[in-house]
Design a protein around this ligand. Structure first.
Ligand SMILES: *[C@@H]1O[C@H](CO)[C@@H](O)[C@H](O)[C@H]1NC(C)=O
Ligand SMILES: [Ca+2]
Ligand SMILES: [Ca+2]
Length: 353
């Protein structure tokens, strides 16, 4: 009897340490202040260590010291070897954010990555405030050995248009990387006042049946007790990738309840919960590991968005130019143009569906 319990316990522990979990986490305005606060740092580590691979949004600073410190602290606390792949500093104004992937370097290897080319920033014809950062991973311990993640943090003001445009990111990634096994994850801002029920029929990413939305509208990914919004999402394509997901494991992690915090303590970490999902392990895993690099922090390189010319662009129209603004444009298409009284006349028609 006793050895049966021991056996069951061993199987349970093995299961627990073999579990492969992916998370997406908007760590609201992540900067050095959060690493310097011992209480917040401890909570961040308790959250991050649950996962093998984390896509983080809202990393603020152009220098990477805060995110690298966080990963160093995570490694110290866990004795594991995480590394971090860092995007370009993305945005249309001086307000910019980075996307980062924190991943277990012993069992995961980023093999290809790029920033989605969303057209011309200087002409205002680009689609995303922060174009998705697409990374292909090779994975040793999961049944699925090769998959692609694309991270997004939409502009809340144009979430309907940006979530729809993720369809183009998906099509582009399939062609570029020659795989269907893609997960588009991140803070979609896809609920409550930003994306309403009436918008979903116009959103191609939602209408295409070959894509599975793992987090539904019923989920609450916000720390605020006053909001019940499914802002953060996992959307998965490819039969192998969809089958790699353990059914029923995709959910927000309410870390306030999980760690017995007050709402204010939880808010010090972020205004978002992470969302998490578990993938099937490879039961025949060989025990092989990837080589560990000597430094923390890999730069994802600059955006593909290079030189572009504005030939044929109608600067008097917001058609395909939502979110854009410049002193050089005759009229603007960004969120403050209404209050500034300098919107192009078709702003509402094109940008506020
Ligand atoms: C909109 O554009 C104006 C003019 O370029 C700028 O001052 C303002 O900060 C922009 N607003 C947003 C929300 O980006
Ligand atoms: Ca852009
Ligand atoms: Ca909430």
């Amino acid at each position: 009897m006793r050895w049966l319990i021991v056996l069951a316990l061993t199987a349970y522990l093995l299961q627990a340490c073999l579990a492969f979990k992916i998370a997406s986490f908007n760590i609201q305005r992540f900067a050095i202040s959060k690493v310097d606060d011992p209480f917040v740092l401890d909570l961040l580590i308790r959250i991050l260590r649950r996962y093998e691979l984390i896509s983080v949004q809202e990393v603020m600073n152009s220098d990477n010291t805060a995110i690298i410190r966080l990963v160093q602290e995570l490694n110290l606390a866990t004795g594991l070897k995480y590394n971090v792949l860092i995007s370009d500093h993305l945005g249309r104004s001086t307000y910019r954010e980075k996307y980062v992937y924190i991943y277990r370097e012993d069992i995961l290897k980023p093999t290809e990555w790029y920033h989605y080319d969303d057209d011309c920033e200087v002409c205002g014809t680009d689609t995303f405030m922060r174009e998705p950062f697409v990374v292909r991973f090779s994975s040793l311990t999961t049944e699925l050995k090769d998959f692609v993640l694309a991270t997004i943090h939409t502009s809340p003001d144009y979430a309907v248009l940006e979530v729809d445009a993720l369809y183009d990111v998906w099509e582009d990634a399939k062609q570029r990387l020659l795989t269907e096994d893609i997960m588009i994850l991140g803070d979609y801002n896809s609920d409550c006042s930003y994306v309403k029920a009436s918008h979903w029929p116009t959103i191609r990413l939602r209408q295409d049946e070959s894509l599975k939305w793992l987090i539904g509208e019923g989920a609450d990914t916000t720390v605020s007790p006053n909001n019940n919004c499914a802002y953060d999402r996992f959307v998965v394509s490819g039969l192998r990738m969809q089958r790699a997901v353990i059914p029923g494991t995709a959910k927000p992690l309410n870390f306030e309840v999980e760690y017995g915090l007050t709402n204010d303590e939880a808010k010090a970490v972020s205004d978002h919960y992470p969302i998490e999902v578990e993938l099937y392990e490879d039961v025949f895993y060989s025990g092989r590991y990837f080589e560990i690099s000597s430094t923390i922090g890999i730069s994802g390189g600059l955006s593909l968005n290079g030189v572009c010319d504005c030939a044929g662009v109608d600067f008097a129209s917001c058609n395909g130019r939502c979110g854009s603004s410049s002193k050089n444009f005759p009229c603007n298409c960004n969120a403050t143009c209404s209050s500034n009284g300098n919107c192009c006349t078709d702003y509402k028609a094109y940008c506020k569906p």
